[in-house]
Ligand binder design. Structure first.
Ligand code: PLP
Length: 391
């Protein structure tokens, strides 16, 4: 994999003024031995899952002259079964919707609920793609900082919902890049605040939607409820999920959302016709036939996270202990480095790619295979030693 050079855009092109000088979003895709930078599940599908995927795609291949099922009913039913099993909540087809990654789910939400004169509110540091959806849909992006330990400042969040009057409130649980979970009582408090607040740019009686992005939720402590359990009775709640992370299916590009029928119907207005190809639908359904197998590495990745966090906490950098944020995800966020670029680049020189994202001084490492984590630990010890000498 290699990066293509960007921004060779001739000045004579009528690119939108606000997009001039902008770069395409994305973590580096580099050809290095150990890639721990985009929060994938490092374990590939098992051979029998690969066989089912190939078989199911083969079965639909003779129908590829026709457009796919625009409403992807079979897939929505399969997500209903998956969520019933994973979160204990049974939802109807009308309460589910899928798209090309939860990236597209989010974009559809912004297209339906954002727009000129509308605001979206979130709590930083958080997923760095959100402001791009806001930019692309001309939605004003408003943020409230999290506490120093990256938990939500609940009072500030509730006050902002009331004052800002956003159309959308986005909260990520577990959060990216920090791994911080949002406790259910706080989700309920945010939801109650949304159900009372008004929305700038909308008539009286309209309330913000609360979008809980649960991209990493399968990595949470077993037994902790998902926000999906709050959907019934809360028409302004949407819970976004993805097959890209725990489900080990990032390459297939399948995200989905659970919400009241009203939110799903709003998204159906802005979606491209036939946005989800027949190949994607068949591949997603095939993997969902093997749910247990696809999720079989989650417990091990959780253990890897706990071990890695505990190990990082034993290390010192320039005489100070490293700080490790509490994570319920498949990555660990750690710091604080005077010069994080140095640490990042020295790791890269040793063939280990992690992510320099969020507040200055912090780095994020995604959980890899045991061999990859061995390589990370070995390289990181060397880099810390080099950093001492560099000081
Ligand atoms: C919090 C969060 N939401 C959504 C996504 C997008 O995932 P995908 O489009 O692969 O479903 C990511 C990807 O890293 C993420 O970290």
């Amino acid at each position: 994999m290699s990066e293509t050079t960007s921004n060779a855009i001739p000045a004579s092109l009528p690119l939108r003024n606000d997009l001039r000088g902008e770069e395409p979003y994305g973590a580096p895709q580099l050809d290095v031995p150990v890639c721990l930078n985009v929060n994938e599940n490092p374990y590939p599908p098992a051979p029998d899952v690969v066989d089912t995927i190939a078989e199911r795609v083969r079965e639909i291949a003779p129908t590829l002259n026709r457009y796919p099922d625009r409403e992807h009913i079979a897939l929505r039913k399969a997500f209903g079964d998956y969520l019933a099993k994973e979160s204990g909540t049974r939802l109807a087809v009308e309460q589910l919707w899928a798209a090309n990654g939860s990236n597209e789910i989010m974009l559809q939400l912004f297209q339906a609920f954002g727009g000129p004169g509308r605001k979206a509110l979130s709590f930083t540091p958080t997923y760095s793609m959100y402001p791009e959806y806001a930019r692309d849909t001309f939605t004003e992006w408003v943020t409230v900082p999290r506490n120093d330990d990256f938990t939500l400042d609940l009072d500030a969040a509730v006050a902002a919902i009331k004052d800002v009057r956003p159309a959308m409130v986005l909260v990520t649980s577990p959060n990216n890049p920090t791994g911080t979970p949002l406790p259910m009582d706080q989700t309920r408090t945010l939801l109650a605040a949304c159900e009372e607040a008004g929305v700038d740019g909308a008539p009286e009686g309209v309330h913000p939607i609360l979008v809980v992005d649960e991209a990493y939720v399968e990595f949470r402590t077993p037994g902790v409820p998902s926000a999906v359990s709050l959907i019934d009775g809360h028409p302004n709640l949407a819970v976004s999920r993805t097959m890209s992370k725990a489900f080990a299916y990032a390459g297939a590009r399948v995200g989905y959302i659970a919400a009241d029928k009203g939110i799903i119907d709003s998204m159906r207005i802005v979606r491209m016709p036939y946005h989800l190809s027949a190949v994607t639908q068949a591949a997603a359904l095939a993997a969902l036939e093997h749910t247990d197998e696809q999720l079989s590495t989650v417990a091990h990745l959780r253990e890897t996270r706990e071990r890695t966090a505990a190990w990082l906490e034993t290390l010192t950098y320039k005489g100070r202990n490293l700080t490790v944020a509490h994570s319920e995800s498949n990555f660990v966020y750690f710091g604080v480095f005077d010069n994080r670029d140095y640490i990042f680049n020295e790791l890269l020189k040793r063939g280990v790619l992690i992510r320099d994202v969020g507040p200055d001084g912090w780095l994020r490492v995604c959980m890899g295979t045991d061999e990859e984590m061995d390589a990370f630990r070995k390289a990181f010890v060397e880099v810390l030693a080099a950093a001492e000498k560099e000081a």
